[in-house]
Design a protein around this ligand. Structure first.
Ligand SMILES: Cc1cc2nc3c(=O)[nH]c(=O)nc-3n(C[C@H](O)[C@H](O)[C@H](O)COP(=O)(O)OP(=O)(O)OC[C@H]3O[C@@H](n4cnc5c(N)ncnc54)[C@H](O)[C@@H]3O)c2cc1C
Length: 477
């Protein structure tokens, strides 16, 4: 790599912010998935938007690739520098710049984590809530919003790009783009309307159009009465049927299902493949809330009623069990008591690898997707670790199959590549598409994607980043 850029960035940002230390470079060469490693030449820690501008303008001038990274937990290899160059690390830009209680938003930098916002709101704005995924607590909100992830309020609020009011981003030219009500310098950037949705230039573009340096995201009022219930289900149709019905009744805040194998992993098993007929196939969890005691009690009664109706139709359910009771019976369930949470049983195992095929699609196909996915996984000797949630009032939903593996065992790596391909093929046939889409999936389904769509994505990238320095090797359509 051209040493000129290293020296010029050291001169602008200081020695402590720029490194080509081999150990640090190795840390950013890959993620915990089976996606191919890259070879970064330099890691630069930005502390401000001005730092980001320095990196982008220098890299643009010298045509050096730049891949930005926060916690690198996207599970699609998306922050792996496929063409080398600079890793632009944004973890130090972690200020919560403002919380507006009345207009219900926060302005955050790109390094703000789920834990940061949770702690900050608890301490300073206890009347407000945010939405939390199952992501590690130290991963980023801004990356998740621009990658359109999901969280435990997505049943009401949709995928995470819907929470964006406005952004500020730096382009490779060094220009600053502001969108929504940031665009005219409003002191309260609480929406994008009525502007053209230019923040969309960064949503789903996997860091290839500019670097987001500031974002206004929605917050929501916290309710006085809040409860999480668990139902243990012994049949896929009944479990998903109940979940979808509850989603459409519009009385719960979140509803999701975790397969029984996930539960076994919580209790320390590596890849549990057996299914005892006396064990639940799925755990259904339900969050509901209200400010009013009678409304809250009424919601609880309706949930119990609906469960009863499904039982009358032959469903075998245990519960609803209050999560607090479940935790008293088995303290390990405390992992699901408060979000954000670190699912260490997926992360801290000797093989160290974790991957998924996470897809969005029609909730009408959940049952089929679960069953076909479980068959594929069984064929490879893998357990059906499946997470599924209706989103945005059941207009669509997430279905994802998760696999832990041994990153040091090439055969195991090849096996998860093959299983992920099979799972994705099945999902695409059913009308689901992988989100946080890894390059292998773009390549695999290229022929199915509308050619004009593909050309426009390429044209937008070219317009925003004429020299193609940003995150090359990803979203390559
Ligand atoms: C155990 C586990 C559970 C998970 N559960 C969920 C879940 O429930 N829901 C969910 O949605 N996700 C989940 N994830 C995925 C992931 O944790 C989240 O998507 C997380 O928010 C990503 O943040 P990150 O800081 O790791 O982003 P990174 O991986 O560092 O970055 C992701 C992408 O965004 C780009 N990028 C980062 N910052 C910027 C910026 N400022 N400007 C432009 N581009 C940028 C990067 O180049 C990269 O392409 C899970 C992951 C794990 C390991």
């Amino acid at each position: 790599m051209n040493l000129e850029i290293r020296d010029s960035l050291i001169a602008k940002m200081g020695k402590e912010s720029v490194t080509d230390d081999e150990e640090v470079l190795a840390e950013f060469a890959q993620d915990i998935t089976e996606n191919p490693a890259g070879k970064p030449d330099l890691v630069v820690y930005a502390k401000s938007a001005e730092n980001v501008r320095s990196v982008l303008t220098e890299a643009n001038r010298l045509s050096v690739p730049v891949t930005c990274v926060m916690a690198n937990t996207n599970l699609g290899g998306l922050a792996v520098p496929q063409k080398g160059g600079i890793i632009l690390n944004l973890t130090k830009m972690n200020k919560i710049l403002e919380v507006n209680e009345e207009d219900l938003y926060a302005i955050i930098e790109p390094g703000v984590t789920w834990q940061d916002i949770s702690d900050y709101l608890d301490q300073n704005h206890p009347g407000l809530r945010f939405a939390y995924p199952l992501s590690p607590p130290d991963s980023g909100i801004v990356p998740n919003c621009i990658m359109d992830g999901l969280a435990n309020y997505s049943l009401r609020t949709s995928s995470a790009s819907a929470w964006i009011n406005a952004i500020e981003a730096i382009l490779p030219s060094g220009e600053t783009l502001q969108t929504g009500h940031m665009a005219y310098g409003s002191s309260t950037p609480c929406t994008n309307a009525p502007f053209p949705a230019l923040h969309g230039l960064f949503v789903g573009f996997q860091g290839s159009t500019g670097v987001v340096t500031k974002m206004s995201v929605q917050l929501w009022p916290k309710k006085k009465y809040v409860q999480r219930l668990f139902i243990l289900a012994y049949d896929v149709e009944h479990a998903y049927g109940l979940a979808k019905q509850l989603a459409k009744e519009d009385i719960v805040d979140d509803i999701g299902t975790l397969s029984g194998a996930t539960g076994k992993m919580l209790f320390g098993e590596y890849r549990p493949t057996y299914q005892d007929p006396n064990e639940p196939i799925l755990f259904v969890y339900i969050d509901f809330s209200s400010n009013y005691e009678n409304d809250f009690a009424c919601k609880k009664e309706i949930i119990a009623d609906l469960v009863g109706q499904w039982r009358a139709k032959g469903a075998k359910f245990d519960g609803p069990l209050d999560l607090e009771d479940l935790v008293r019976l088995e303290p390990k369930f405390a992992k699901f008591a408060k979000f954000p949470t670190r699912l260490d049983f997926l992360l801290d195992h000797p093989g160290g690898g974790l991957t998924w095929v996470g897809t969005y699609g029609p909730t009408s196909r959940f049952e089929e997707g679960y069953k076909k996915g479980a068959e594929i996984l069984a064929k490879y000797g893998l357990p059906p670790v499946v997470v599924c949630r209706p989103m945005q009032g059941s207009h669509f939903g997430v279905l994802r199959w998760i696999t832990v593996f041994d990153r040091n065992d090439e055969k195991d790596v090849e096996k998860v590549r093959a299983v992920n391909r099979d799972l994705a093929d099945m999902a695409v046939e059913l009308g689901f598409f992988p989100y946080k889409t890894p390059q292998w999936a773009w390549d695999r389904y290229a022929d199915r994607i509308n050619p004009t769509f593909r050309r426009l994505v390429r044209d937008v990238r070219k317009l925003m980043d004429p020299k193609g320095i940003l995150n090359p090797g990803h979203l390559d359509l």
